[in-house]
Design a protein around this ligand. Structure first.
Ligand SMILES: [Cu+2]
Length: 233
């Protein structure tokens, strides 16, 4: 505060083009400081939205949705335009990863064509590179009850799988199953054998160790008892 008083008491000089009077200089400094502070605040305010991650705004279907009829595509909308080439999308269904057509991009939205193998839960996982260079990983899950005939993945349509499984079962029923069961039985036998051996070995170690311990423990008090009387007598 004394500064401001001294500023006002300063003798007023006539206007000239020489070095700035101190008052003006300080005023200029103050102005600069204010500008710097204001600029920083403004810069921070502007930098926050510009430097933000590409946030997921919405998806279709919604995450966690249960849908009667499987959708032909899944889309996700972000807070900023997407870079198609750097966007990665992976779809997994009840039977594992699905090999699907490439997604399409429309500004801030990608659309992933879908195919299905069986009713159940499907996960669409995606990796998007934000404009600020940061990576954003997110995913959505949804469950479908029915699959339109044209949305079955190759070889997954019920007619196809029914035919192939029938053929497979006809071929494989008797010899394969009997072989498999005997093999399984053998495995079980040998497994129980090794398990029994392991248990017996374990018991042996425990019993042996116990006996040894008892012997060791039993010896000490004896020597102690033996020692004490000899000391006293
Ligand atoms: Cu970021």
């Amino acid at each position: 505060m004394p500064c401001s008083f001294s500023l006002r008491e300063e003798p007023s000089e006539p206007w000239h083009y020489g070095p700035m009077p101190q008052r003006s200089r300080i005023r200029a400094l103050g102005g600069l400081l204010a500008a710097a502070v204001g600029g920083t605040v403004l810069a921070l305010g502007l930098a926050a939205p510009a430097g933000a991650h590409a946030a997921l705004v919405s998806t279709d279907p919604e995450d966690g949705a249960s849908i009667d009829e499987a959708p032909a595509s899944v889309s996700a909308t972000f807070s900023e335009p997407l870079d198609g080439p750097s966007t990665e999308i992976a779809v997994t269904g009840p039977d594992g990863a699905l090999d699907l057509a490439d997604p399409t991009f429309d500004g801030d939205t990608f659309s992933q064509p879908m195919l299905y193998t069986t009713p159940g839960e499907y996960t669409v996982a995606f990796r998007v590179i934000s404009e600020d260079g940061h990576r954003v990983d997110d995913s959505l899950k949804f469950t479908v009850a029915e699959i339109p005939a044209d949305l079955y993945a190759e070889g997954a349509a019920p007619e196809d799988s029914a035919e192939s499984s029938e053929a497979a079962s006809e071929e494989a029923t008797e010899p394969a199953t009997s072989e498999a069961t005997t093999a399984a039985a053998d495995d079980e036998e040998s497994n129980t054998g090794t398990a029994l051996a392991a248990i017996l070995l374990g018991l042996l170690i425990i019993v042996g160790g116990g006996v040894l311990l008892v012997k060791l423990l039993g010896r000490k008090p004896k020597t102690g008892d033996d020692a004490k009387p000899t000391d006293e007598s």
